[in-house]
Structure formats: structure tokens, C-alpha cells
Design a protein around this ligand. Structure first.
Ligand code: ZN
Length: 338
């Protein structure tokens, strides 16, 4: 499949400290020769924030290791973009053995809070609830939460020397619960939060990226309730600043990927974000190529396994630790070259 877009990106999770050298080698010897020119690093709270050490996640990246990653990216003309989750995905379950990743759960159950809600239980939209669906969300009416989040963004963009940040905002199932948030519609809540973070990012000259699923309607598109919203948040598409770049992710196979047309009509620039299933990825990319009206910046391949896990599989042929690592690696090899 011929991909002629300018940007070829991949999402990698923050490397475990013991795997930093494998990930650096992976960037240098695998990703760069295959034309990747953007890495979106899923940091969440796994960085040694000096402004807020209380939010540190599992095995947080040191500033020194960020500089090592930056060095290998610069050498290869790869843009390194930090990523956080700044609405949902504030809790989940670890893999076994732990690789620092927290996965959402499709059942109502108690789970492990990520750094922000562990340190600040008052920022939890589900405060008081022991069991929740999928993952917890930040209270979008909390000024204190926004202040902390903005300080974390500043520090991350500073150490990554970044002019872009991906702030997540996907798969939000628990917004609008608290007395303050329930006064507003889902679309107002989400759009005012994202717009104000975007204004903050823009003040330092940066560009904001988000996932697109909450801006799509399950009913209008036929996408499932992870890839689109069934609670009315999709109306936010008309309320968001058009300088935000939307990462349109789809992992299932559909006859049409209408989000590509919907985002074009709404005036957004987008990135196409597939995952592990090769047939689904090809259907998605094929539709995107045919429906690109100049609004597609490129591909942002998602992974969701440990970056070290993926590196060791693709560099040395080691068996991956996560159940999906093998399929992710095989698809990357098939699409971007062995
Ligand atoms: Zn709230």
C-alpha cells in the first residue's frame, strides 16, 4: 500500500527504564529507515514531573532519558510529541507482568487510579463510587484540576522541547456525573475543557492533538461506542477550535469510514489512526486515500503494547509479553516493511 502523506507517525508508550536502550535502538534502526517521522509518546503520568512529583506513575521517565530519546529522534528528523490522557483513562488495570500501561475494562468494577486521581481524589468525576465502567474521568468543572493539568503540560512540552502535545480525550464514559458537571451538556463540558487546554497550549506556540471518537455519533456513523459517542458529546465537533488536529482512530472493519468526511466537512485536519488488524487497517487507509480532500496530515499508527516489548519483538524476534504484541508487530512489518 502506497502511503504518500507527509506524516508517518506511531504511538509508543513511555519506555520502562530497563528498556530505554532497546527503544532508542528501535527508533534508530527500525522506525527511521521505514520512514517514520513522528513518535507520539504515551507518557500519561509516567514522567518524573518536578512540579508535581505526587502524580508520578509507574517507573516514570527521567528527564535524562527524555533527552536521549530526543537525541535519537533529532538525528533521524523524527518529531517527538508527548501524550497525556486529559479526560478519561484515569484508571484501569495493569498488564501482568506490569509494563506501566493501564487498560480500561468493559465491566463495572473497581480498578487502579492513575497518578492524577491517586494524588487528587477530589478531581475524580466518580468520587465516592467504588466501581465504575471502563475507566475514571477528570472532573471537567474543577478549576484546581485544570490548573494542575496545565502545569503538567507545560513541564512535559518543555522537557520534550515539543511544539505539539496529544491530550487524549478518548473513550470517555463517565463525564457529567457530579452536581457541577451535570448542569452542562456533555458537548459543552467536553468542548469547553478541550478549548481551554488548547488555548493554554497555543500560548506557548504549541498545537493540540486529540482522539476524535467523542466528536462522532454512533447513530450517524455506525461506529461502535468506543469509536464514537452515544451520549450526545458529538455535538462538540462544532464547538471546538479548528486548529486542533483530530486523530481519527478506528480498529474495526466498516464499509465506510465516514468520520473522514465528517471531519473534512467540519474543517479539521486529521491523522488516520489504525491498529493491529491488517485487513481493518487496509480498509481504513484505502477509504482515507480515496476521501482525502487535503485535510489528512498522515498516518498515526497505534500500538498500545509496551514500547520495549514491541522493540524487542521487531529488533530481535523476541516473543511479546502482551497478548496483542505479535499481531501489532506483524501488521507493522507487513505494512511498513520487514
Ligand atoms: Zn464534575
Amino acid at each position: 500500500m502506497e502511503l504518500s502523506w507527509e506524516t508517518r507517525g506511531i504511538v509508543l508508550t513511555s519506555p520502562l527504564s530497563e528498556e530505554i536502550d532497546d527503544v532508542i535502538k528501535f527508533i534508530d534502526e527500525y522506525l527511521a529507515p521505514r520512514g517514520f517521522n513522528m513518535i507520539v509518546m504515551q507518557v500519561r503520568y509516567r514522567y518524573q514531573f518536578s512540579s508535581h512529583p505526587e502524580v508520578w506513575g509507574y517507573d516514570p521517565l527521567s528527564a535524562e532519558n527524555v533527552k536521549k530519546l530526543l537525541e535519537v529522534c533529532r538525528k533521524n528528523n523524527i518529531k517527538l510529541v508527548p501524550k497525556m490522557n486529559l479526560i478519561g483513562h484515569q484508571s484501569g488495570f495493569h498488564n501482568e507482568p506490569t509494563d506501566g500501561i493501564l487498560h480500561g475494562h468493559n465491566t463495572v468494577s473497581s480498578d487502579i487510579c492513575d497518578g492524577l486521581l491517586r494524588a487528587y481524589p477530589d478531581f475524580d468525576e466518580q468520587r465516592g463510587l467504588k466501581e465504575i465502567l471502563y475507566s475514571r474521568s477528570i472532573c471537567l468543572s474543577s478549576r484546581e484540576a485544570k490548573a494542575v493539568v496545565c502545569e503538567l503540560i507545560d513541564e512535559l512540552m518543555d522537557v520534550f522541547e515539543a511544539d505539539m502535545i496529544h491530550i487524549g480525550c478518548d473513550e470517555v464514559f463517565n463525564a457529567g456525573l457530579c452536581p457541577e458537571c451535570s448542569k452542562k451538556s456533555r458537548s459543552e463540558l467536553i468542548s469547553s475543557w478541550i478549548n481551554s487546554i488548547n488555548e493554554h497550549v497555543k500560548r506557548s506556540g504549541g498545537t493540540t492533538l486529540i482522539w476524535g471518537d467523542r466528536l462522532l455519533s454512533t447513530k450517524d456513523t455506525g461506529y461502535n461506542r468506543w469509536e464514537a459517542s452515544d451520549d450526545g458529546s458529538d455535538i462538540a465537533i462544532d464547538m471546538l477550535s479548528k486548529d486542533i488536529i483530530i486523530c481519527d482512530w478506528h480498529y474495526d472493519k466498516y464499509e465506510k469510514y465516514e468520520s473522514i468526511d465528517i471531519f473534512a466537512k467540519a474543517g479539521f485536519r486529521i491523522m488516520i489512526s489504525p491498529w493491529r488488524d491488517k485487513a481493518n487497517l487496509e480498509a481504513f487507509l484505502d477509504y482515507a486515500i480515496k476521501h482525502d480532500i487535503g485535510h489528512i496530515n498522515g498516518v498515526l499508527m497505534t500500538t498500545w503494547c509496551g514500547s520495549g516489548d514491541l522493540a524487542k519483538r521487531l529488533l530481535y524476534g523476541e516473543k511479546g509479553r502482551w497478548l496483542h504484541t505479535e499481531q501489532i508487530a506483524t501488521t507493522i512489518e507487513d505494512v511498513f516493511g520487514k
